[in-house]
Design a protein around this ligand. Structure first.
Ligand SMILES: *Cc1c(COP(=O)(O)O)cnc(C)c1O
Length: 370
């Protein structure tokens, strides 16, 4: 299929995934695959190797693909990595951090939750104190880019402290992997989690985990779930040359392989990061000019997604604003912060600085600017 023949999407998704994908990625889904022969399994092996490379790793790292949305992957890591006599410490500063705590509770995993609210990064002295006080803590988990607010958490500093204490470090890099340069060794992460439909710019349907091989080897028999057993999933992929345990989302995997090729064609993660930064800067300066204010200070913001206060001027309603912009070809994202009335605009996906200029122009003409 010639991807140029595909119709244009009726609007750009300015959301943190699913997001706007290229025509090449969509066109990659126009064929069927048999899951047990070599054509498909070669594809899976290539994808797994590329993910390890993007995480800055070599032989010491490995990767696993897992059906479902990103949360399925987070649940498979927490439910498989933490042993029966372990304890998980979660550093939360938004909905996705809190979700890791909820997963632990559901799975009856002993949990220590340090909740820093939504507007502050995790405070290291409190982490140090918690690690010091309770030697039963075996694992520490944190979100890299907390998509609730767009806050970028200091994972390298946290990782240094976690490793110094000799604990296993789990990083939810769902909304940042592929869009922000990341070196697992440098962060000290043992497990790094992300999914197909975020910064790699694939379509939704599976997530993935990059892990230290040595840690993966220890996880045999630990899982609290059959379908979310990270170890078994990995073992089958390793031993059967790319086979998935249960039905694989073949078309989505093919689209993902294409998305990885397009990431390389763009110039890799550094080039993509530069584009996302330009998007973010064009968005923020344009919105500020129109009187919209960011929820977070510049020191905490990420190029992934930006939260804005809903303005107080008369006649503004998010619903009306959303509808007016959708009409003009842009889909925004509602807020998720409980402490303030906000909305969010994502700057990841097949979105470019020119699109941000067009968006700001559309906002100024929407009838909802000051
Ligand atoms: C998107 C996202 C997830 C996973 O969400 P799903 O809806 O399950 O795909 C987890 N953590 C973060 C930080 C995210 O941005």
């Amino acid at each position: 299929m010639d991807s140029r023949l595909l119709p244009d999407n009726p609007y750009l998704l300015l959301t943190p995934g699913p997001l706007s994908t290229s025509k090449g990625v969509k066109a990659a889904m126009f064929r069927d695959w048999c899951t047990w022969d070599d054509d498909y399994n070669t594809l899976v092996r290539g994808v797994r190797a590329e993910l390890v490379r993007l995480a800055g790793g070599g032989e010491e790292l490995t990767s696993v693909l897992m059906q479902g949305s990103g949360t399925f992957c987070v649940e498979s890591v927490i439910g498989t990595a933490v042993p029966r006599d372990g304890r998980l410490l979660v550093l939360a500063n938004g909905a996705y951090g809190l979700r890791m705590g909820i997963i632990a509770e559901r799975l009856c995993i002993p949990l220590t939750l340090l909740d820093f609210g939504e507007l502050s990064p995790p405070r290291l002295p409190e982490l140090a104190k918690a690690l010091d006080k309770d030697p039963a803590i075996s694992h520490v988990a944190v979100v890299h880019c907390e998509t609730t607010t767009g806050m970028l958490n200091p994972v390298a500093e946290i990782g240094r402290m976690v490793k110094r204490a000799g604990k296993i470090f789990i990083v939810d890099a769902m909304s940042s992997f592929g869009g922000i340069p990341m070196d697992m060794g440098g962060i000290g992460a043992d497990f790094l989690i992300s999914s197909a439909n975020k910064c790699i710019e694939g379509v939704p349907g599976f997530g993935f985990v990059v892990a230290r091989r040595e840690e993966m080897d220890r996880l045999v028999g630990r899982a609290r779930s059959l379908s979310l057993d990270l170890y078994d999933q990995w073992k089958v992929m390793e031993d059967a040359g790319g086979k998935w345990r249960f039905t694989s989302p073949t078309h989505v995997v093919r689209a993902f392989a294409r998305a990885l090729e397009e990431l390389a064609m763009e110039g890799g993660v550094a080039a993509r990061h530069a584009r996302y930064l330009q998007n973010h800067q064009a968005l923020v300066s344009g919105m500020n000019r129109l009187g919209f204010e960011c929820l977070l200070g510049p020191e905490h913001r990420s190029p992934i997604i930006t939260a804005f206060f809903c303005p107080k001027w008369p006649g503004f309603s998010f619903r009306g604003f959303y509808d007016a912009l959708k009409e003009k070809g842009f889909v925004l994202y509602p807020g998720k912060v409980s402490a303030a009335d906000t909305f969010r605009i994502g700057t990841i996906g097949q979105v470019y600085p020119e699109d941000m200029s067009r968006l700001v122009e559309a906002v100024s003409m929407s009838g909802f600017a000051e």
